[in-house]
Design a protein around this ligand. Structure first.
Ligand SMILES: NC(=O)c1ccc[n+]([C@@H]2O[C@H](COP(=O)([O-])OP(=O)(O)OC[C@H]3O[C@@H](n4cnc5c(N)ncnc54)[C@H](OP(=O)(O)O)[C@@H]3O)[C@@H](O)[C@H]2O)c1
Length: 426
């Protein structure tokens, strides 16, 4: 029986999960692949550090050249993180004819297309299932399961840390700082939580998911990105009064020939499936023209959940390896000649469908009824408007089915806007 030699870069949370899954299922993997899978080398920073798994049978190295230059290694799993020097190492590995599997969303949000093109040139596979929503097989679902569809929209909870914090704020009325401290104590948040709570981690996943869904490269800086640190208990209560929950939603839409992408606190109606996604869980909702609405739910992080996605890539690469089918065909392209022209034009994006917004306004001692009357007159055509007192100084308004984004219009008319969040599921 032939051997398939594997190297793993990184033996932290995800790396240990990958090794554990491979060890526990060694015989099944061997039977499925008809090859003996051999973990030949593992790259770490510190070869003497004590590890949560036994490493006695593996060759640990702190020198990447030991792996790049080893012609017997067929597949490399990168679970070490960071953009630099990792991206240069991945390029060298691909150039040396090795298939690469990575969980590294930080790196892919910038270099995915470049690495994919290089892998195609070299005739090797580049797989990254674990980079979006950890254990949820969303990459494979969009690339393969939904490849008979034109995808017009996806939206989802891409970050477990912020979802845990918002769930805690909603359930226990715990303020943001207290909920964050509990997330850190339970290991759901890093000691520096900036990327998670400010939406940056989710934005990276939105970049990758937009590329998969719409076949278009978007830049991280083009994702409108707002985190949850300004969500207050007052907002959560106002949202509840309107029958909504607040979630940090990453979204990509393809409308008027343009991709629009964002990560923002969003009001989700309680009847929408995303409203029921609590704590550290992730969920992604995708709309395809043939299939309609779909939703994928599960753990977005963790040693074994993320390891599951990495090992799934490993099996796919190993199985496709012999048949030379390294890249399955992507789903249908959404771009027609007409939409390509629109993508290249600088015309401003207008709201295609009627949209809905949650608006917090300073209430300069007016009563709510008076404010409602003036808003009804001042807002462009809208289907419905509801108001509740948010606190002593502010009023929260829910505007449903409006023709134009309300921010500029209200500002020019002298309203003092504290915040505007999008609304979904109405
Ligand atoms: N954690 C999750 O649940 C999760 C979920 C989805 C995706 N991811 C992605 O998976 C990747 C790994 O995450 P993780 O949580 O497993 O990280 P981690 O626990 O910090 O582990 C990183 C590992 O990489 C090694 N490493 C880091 N820099 C290195 C360098 N320059 N040279 C050699 N070895 C180096 C470290 O070696 P030492 O042990 O010797 O320090 C460590 O073993 C990241 O890209 C992350 O974004 C993680």
């Amino acid at each position: 029986m032939k051997e398939l030699n594997l190297a793993i870069l990184g033996l932290g949370t995800v790396g240990s999960g990958v090794v554990k899954i491979i060890e526990e299922n060694h015989q099944q993997i061997k039977d499925t692949m008809n090859k003996d899978l051999n973990i030949k080398k593992i790259l770490v920073r510190d070869v003497n550090k004590s590890r949560p798994i036994s490493t006695a049978r593996y060759e640990l190295t702190d020198n990447i050249e030991d792996i790049i230059e080893d012609d017997t290694i067929d597949i490399v799993i990168e679970v070490m993180g960071n953009v630099s020097p990792t991206v240069d190492w991945l390029k060298q590995l691909i150039q040396n004819g090795k298939h690469v599997i990575t969980a590294n969303k930080d790196l892919l949000a910038i270099h995915l297309k470049e690495l994919e093109d290089l892998a195609e040139q070299q005739g090797v596979a580049l797989k990254f299932e674990a980079s979006v929503a950890g254990g949820i097989p969303i990459v494979n679902a969009i690339n393969n399961g939904l490849n008979a569809n034109n995808i017009s929209k996806f939206m989802g909870i891409f970050n477990g840390t912020s979802n845990f914090i918002l769930s805690k704020m909603t359930r226990d009325r715990a303020p943001f700082d207290e909920a964050l401290t509990e997330a850190q104590e339970l290991g759901f948040a890093e000691s520096d939580p900036t990327d998670d709570v400010e939406g940056i981690d989710a934005a990276r996943k939105v970049v990758i998911t937009s590329y998969l869904s719409f076949n278009q490269v978007i830049n991280l800086k083009d994702v409108t990105c707002r985190g949850i640190s300004d969500v207050s208990i007052g907002d959560i209560q106002a949202a509840e009064a309107f029958d909504f929950k607040i979630k940090l939603i990453g979204k990509g839409t393809y409308a008027n020939g343009k991709v629009t992408s964002s990560v923002e606190p969003t009001l989700i109606h309680n009847t929408h499936q995303l409203a029921a996604v609590e704590d550290e869980y992730n969920a992604i909702y995708v709309i395809g023209d043939a299939v309609g609405e779909t939703m994928f739910y599960g753990k977005g992080a963790g040693s074994l959940a993320t390891g599951s996605a990495v090992v799934s890539d490993l099996l796919n690469v190993a199985l496709l390896f012999e048949s030379k089918l390294h890249t399955l065909p992507p789903h249908f392209e959404l771009k027609t000649e007409e939409t390509k022209e629109m993508i290249e034009s600088d015309a401003p994006v207008t709201l295609k469908e009627k949209e809905s917004f949650y608006i917090v306004l300073q209430n300069a001692n007016q009563d709510v009824e008076q404010l409602e009357k003036s808003l009804k007159q001042d807002l462009p055509f809208h289907k419905s408007l509801k108001l509740v007192n948010r606190d002593e100084q502010t009023v929260a308004a829910l505007v449903v089915g409006i023709d134009e984004a309300p921010g500029n219009i209200l500002s020019t008319k002298g309203y003092e806007i504290e915040k505007i969040y999008p609304v979904e599921g109405v």
